[in-house]
Design a protein around this ligand. Structure first.
Ligand code: PLP
Length: 469
């Protein structure tokens, strides 16, 4: 956890007061942590590449405080809808600092053309429509996919269509201001990114032959978060989980859950569906490694060097890396109950989709905060060895048998009581907003911004947050 977040949680009454004022459950974002992430990441290309641009991928979180912080930090923004675009403009981003990514329909394209924002084109239809709608040249990047050894993607123009693409860009030069190629990979695999860079550099060279003058190579997002300082402990946990699936050791899964593992003949096969929590390579390191990689196709020169020599600006679209450790979710314990198989369910005033992106099991240990923090009840720290730890499943709202908040057992320092709080750490990246629905007409939890000013924590509605200098 970031020190600022730990200190907030350790401040007596801080969580209780926030929830008393704004309600429970609640998402809390920490713009100062976001700002630190920006500075750390920005230092990496600043030391290596003459031209670069960081576009904050807004889709990772709907927080206005994050958008305002990105603007104040002087970076750019990547928006993926009209609403995100409106938010960026309202926060004060000039069109030159806005890039629009993702597949777009006729309505969005119509709203974008003529505004000066850069459209990161997903497909040839979009390109055609932009050319048809444009009165003045529209700044455009083109997302490419289908790199050697990369899984098939539903986004972007396949590399195999590059001939047609270059011909179109060339013939529409009076309507399309082609700025360069882009990619965004789903994977954090460094070798895949290097292959994508090499393919896009080669395409860039070919583009010059078509009379085009690309000046940007956009390498997308996908820079990883670091959820744990101890990768070995997480690996040991996964080992124990696998053992439990074949009946060895304590039961660790609710019902018939196998988390993507395939159990057959008393053995566990396959890979889990959950995130790579054991990763300890942070976004800064990933980016530094990529920029420093010697490219075989470029005579071994580093990516940063090749970009500099060819006057190519490197753009990136980090989402999760910029919000890493910059958000938590707080819920209240309603009641604790025992099920027929002897399991303990802790029911929270929260639903699975409010903290779970795309229904992917979140394996980060929650933290139990007693309703009343007293000297005899210290704030629990995840991973604390505790012989009295209570193994429980967290349940909550929603109604399907499988929609518990945790389908894996979590260990709390003791059995919670009604009124205690459970805090989910590091939820700012996609957890808060990607899947949250309003089933049973429960409202979406409020989003609050927490900042420390003059040594005191200030909590306000995210939409009301502004930086205090
Ligand atoms: C085009 C594009 N760029 C950037 C991002 C941000 O990715 P991440 O949060 O992995 O950095 C996404 C996420 O889906 C995306 O689709």
């Amino acid at each position: 956890m970031h020190a600022l977040v730990s200190e907030f949680l350790a401040t007596p009454g801080a969580v209780r007061d926030a929830v008393a004022e704004f309600g429970s459950p609640a998402h809390l974002v920490f713009p100062q942590v976001f700002a630190e992430n920006v500075e750390r990441l920005r230092a990496v290309p600043a030391a290596r590449a003459p031209g670069f641009r960081i576009c904050y991928a807004h889709k990772v979180n709907q927080s206005r405080a994050f958008v305002a912080t990105a603007r104040a930090a002087g970076i750019s923004i990547d928006v993926a809808s009209e609403a995100e675009l409106r938010g960026a403009l309202k926060a004060g981003f000039e069109p030159e600092r806005i890039e629009v990514t993702g597949p777009k329909g006729e309505g969005l394209l119509g709203a974008l053309v003529g505004t000066g924002v850069t459209i990161n084109v997903d497909n040839l239809w979009e390109l055609e429509r932009i050319a048809a709608l444009a009165d003045i040249p529209v700044p455009v990047l083109v997302r490419i996919c289908g790199f050697p050894g990369t899984p098939v993607s539903r986004f972007g123009v396949p590399l195999t269509d590059s001939e047609q693409l270059l011909a179109m860009l060339s013939s529409q030069r009076d309507r399309i201001e082609f700025r360069g190629f882009a990619f965004h990979l789903d994977s954090g695999e460094p070798a895949e990114r290097v292959r994508a860079v090499e393919s896009c550099l080669e395409l860039t060279e070919r583009a010059y032959g078509y009379g085009l003058t690309p000046t940007v190579l956009n390498i997308g997002g996908g820079f990883r978060q670091v959820f744990t300082a101890d990768a070995g402990a997480f690996d040991a946990y996964v080992h124990a989980l696998r053992e439990s699936l074949v009946g060895r050791g304590e039961q660790m899964a609710w019902g018939a859950n196998t988390f993507g593992f395939h159990v057959e003949d008393g053995a566990v096969h396959g890979t889990p569906v959950f995130h790579k929590y054991a990763n300890i390579v942070d976004a800064d390191r990933m980016l530094a490694d990529l920029l420093d990689t010697g490219l075989e196709s470029q005579g071994g020169r580093s990516f940063a060097q090749v970009a500099g020599e060819n006057l190519l600006d490197i753009w990136l679209e980090p989402g999760k890396a910029l919000v890493d450790h910059a958000g938590i979710t707080v819920a209240r314990v309603e009641f604790v109950k025992r099920t027929a198989d002897g399991s303990t369910l802790v029911n929270l005033d929260l639903s699975r989709d409010t903290v779970t992106p795309a229904d992917q099991e979140v394996m980060v240990d929650p933290i139990l905060l007693p309703a009343r923090t007293g000297a005899d009840e210290p704030v629990s720290v995840p991973g604390d060895p505790n012989p009295d730890a209570a193994g429980v499943f967290l349940a909550g709202r929603l109604c399907l048998e499988r929609d518990l908040i945790t389908n894996h057992k979590v260990w709390l320092p003791r059995y919670p009581q009604s009124g205690d709080f459970v805090v989910f750490p590091n939820t700012a990246a996609y957890h808060m907003d990607l899947s949250a629905a309003r089933a049973s007409m429960h409202p979406v939890p409020p989003k609050l911004a927490v900042s420390r000013e003059s040594g005191m924590f200030r909590v306000c509605c995210d939409v009301d947050w502004h930086e205090v200098h």
